[in-house]
Design a protein. Sequence first.
Length: 323
Amino acid sequence: MLAYIVRRLLQVIPTLLFISLVLYGLLALKPGDPIDELRRGNPGFTQADYERLREFYGLDKPWYVRYWRWLGRAVQGDFGPSRQFGRPAAQYVFENRLPNTLLLSGVALLVALVISIPTGVLSALKQHSALDYTVTVFNFLGVSVPIFWLGIMLIYLFAVRTGGFLPAGSMMTPGITGAWPVFVDRLRHLLLPVAALSSLHLAQWTRFMRSSMLEVVRLDYLTTARAKGLREGKVVYRHALRNAILPLITLVGLSIPQLFSGAVLTETVFNWPGMGRAIFDAILVNDFNVAMVSLMFISLLILACNLLADLAYALADPRIRYD
């Protein structure tokens, strides 16, 4: 197991290097540069100022030369400054934006898991029933409906049509004090973005859990367990569920980074001040350092979740060994 972990960790280095090269090259293809934003917002900005700042920041060099300079600083923990906020890009992302995204994505993950597992099990046990057909319809809608459209519809139904029953966006209401009022206010702001962000994963995991459970409940060892007189609840939740949930572990592990990438749309629609919104805003104003920090963090998260999913799969099933 230890040798397998070491091999996987060593593979992370060249993978991250390749990802960083591709991301930097794609961002470099975007028209304009950060100095263009300064020129638009300052009428006294001259062409000489423009050329001087481009030379100062190295923007007059080809993108691959700029990439190697960026990489040399990045391996030392310096991802460059955010020209939009006048502070280190990594500090801005990890201190101001990442905690908000972790809150939103963590709650969405918890909601999706708590609902999808029992719903998938019940749908499999009640196959071809009204419950099963209803769950199938909702799963189809959850997979088909885009997150940004669902977010807009939720705002229209629960914020506009109801006269502000739920907040249409942002993370908190200014001026609220006290632990309990702040908690309730934060919860109200979370409801709509969590519903939008968790919808896709809730539908996928429910369908996957149903399919996996249908395969397991027909196996011979469960028939034997029933023949021995075990209660149906014990057969299902102690024996069948433990084996049916194994493939879901891998799926959930691979879906965690998708929650962060899906948060780009969700946070933009609901004006949630998280890392996804930071990526969107940074690309709009050519603040490439903020975008690179955020995108590289998501890439690292994907690689880490892949490894953790493999390890969790082995821990859940003793028959699986990595030698």
